[in-house]
Design a binder for this molecule. Structure first.
Ligand SMILES: Cc1cc2nc3c(=O)[nH]c(=O)nc-3n(C[C@H](O)[C@H](O)[C@H](O)COP(=O)(O)OP(=O)(O)OC[C@H]3O[C@@H](n4cnc5c(N)ncnc54)[C@H](O)[C@@H]3O)c2cc1C
Length: 330
């Protein structure tokens, strides 16, 4: 423990850009690093990182490990894992943070195994306790309870949900150090390769990244409102469209719109639900929303326990009036 030092964020780069989740992890990491009075570093992986290390410093990193290798040109789990393992073994961070995304979820548990430690998954809050231990809150039992978990491993690792904290304000005047790290990867570390990539056409804003989400449930009665009223409201607000599992199962909308335990976890600033009862499995995916507005004709619907504003009424009357009001305000 004594020779371990600092907080290391495993950054994610996509299409030559620092992912938003990485700037959020830097904000979480900054708080932890300041608590233990140790530096905050970030590992950025790729073949050529361009100006990204400077950007990471502007968002709070004291040090950037620029991890470059031809095998890191595109994300591949074996190559990333080998490179990050070497980096962590060489630099011995006290704490390692990853974002819960395609890379963090795949690399995080494997990295913990390689480093002979544990990892706290699906965290919504991370802090340092009185014994300088990493302590995290994570939703359990379908979001009905929150567990507080303390790490006793070395290093202490956590995988944190995106949108659980705001990035620090960008400051291009911040100073930091960029350290080149070459993992010298052998081609044999790569045990699988991507044969083909199929890009899913993205209609509208991605649910996970949306600041506003409008979701519809079984109370809509049919698929039609998703192309009419729900879409109109979402377009007006610049929102993504979500759904409950009931309507996905009914075939009214595709699964990539499903919010909840077996769907997408969202943390928008504003979440508007229309004809959704508020089952715990649905709420497990949206309780991190800053404000929930619920429209439901049943005043006893459980969603009213969790929403900030609730409208008891038939959506067929409420929604057109709501849309009119927003148009008038615009
Ligand atoms: C293991 C497991 C995993 C699950 N995962 C998920 C998940 O990821 N996401 C998810 O959503 N669900 C999930 N579920 C299902 C979940 O338990 C609920 O069945 C589902 O969320 C209900 O969807 P709903 O609210 O649209 O439908 P309902 O529960 O049928 O609610 C419809 C609501 O619409 C209201 N309503 C009806 N007509 C109107 C009207 N005209 N105007 C206004 N309101 C109206 C009703 O009052 C009612 O409250 C899961 C279940 C299990 C067992």
């Amino acid at each position: 423990m004594a020779d371990r030092q600092g907080v290391l964020v495993i950054g994610e780069v996509a299409n030559g850009k620092l992912e938003a989740s990485s700037t959020e992890m830097l904000a979480h990491g900054r708080k932890l690093a300041d608590s233990v009075k140790e530096p905050l570093s970030i590992a950025l992986l790729g073949q050529d990182l361009g100006a990204l290390p400077k950007e990471a410093i502007a968002f709070g990193a004291d040090k950037v490990y620029a991890v470059t290798d031809p095998l890191l040109k595109e994300y591949q789990v074996d190559a990333y894992l080998a490179a990050i393992t070497k980096l962590a073994q060489q630099h011995s961070p006290r704490i390692v943070l990853l974002a819960k995304g395609p890379i963090g979820s795949e690399v995080g548990p494997r990295l913990a195994f390689r480093l002979d430690t544990g990892v706290i998954q699906d965290c919504v809050e991370v802090k340092i306790d009185a014994e300088k231990r990493l302590t995290a809150n994570r939703p359990v039992y379908g979001g009905n309870c929150t567990a507080t978990v303390t790490s006793f491993g070395e290093p202490m690792m956590a995988i944190v949900r995106p949108k659980t904290g705001d990035p620090l304000a960008r400051n291009d005047g911040r100073h930091g150090e960029v350290v080149a790290f070459s993992p010298r990867l052998e081609a044999s570390v790569v045990k699988s390769r991507v044969v083909t990539r199929v890009e899913q056409p993205q209609a509208g804003i991605r649910l996970e990244e949306a600041a506003i989400v409008v979701s519809g449930g079984r109370g809509l009665g049919s698929a039609a409102p998703f192309s009419n009223e729900i879409k109109e409201l979402a377009d007006l607000l610049g929102a993504a469209i979500g759904a409950s599992r009931a309507v996905v199962d009914a075939g009214w909308i595709t699964h990539d719109h499903q919010v909840g335990l077996t769907g997408v976890t969202i943390t928008p600033n504003l979440y508007i639900t229309v004809g959704i009862s508020g089952a715990s499995q649905h709420m497990a995916g949206c309780l991190g929303s800053k404000a929930i507005i619920a429209i439901n004709r049943d005043s006893d619907a459980v969603i009213f326990n969790d929403c900030r504003y609730g409208v008891v009424g038939d959506w067929k009357k409420v929604l057109p009036a709501f849309i009119q009001q927003i148009k008038a305000m615009k």
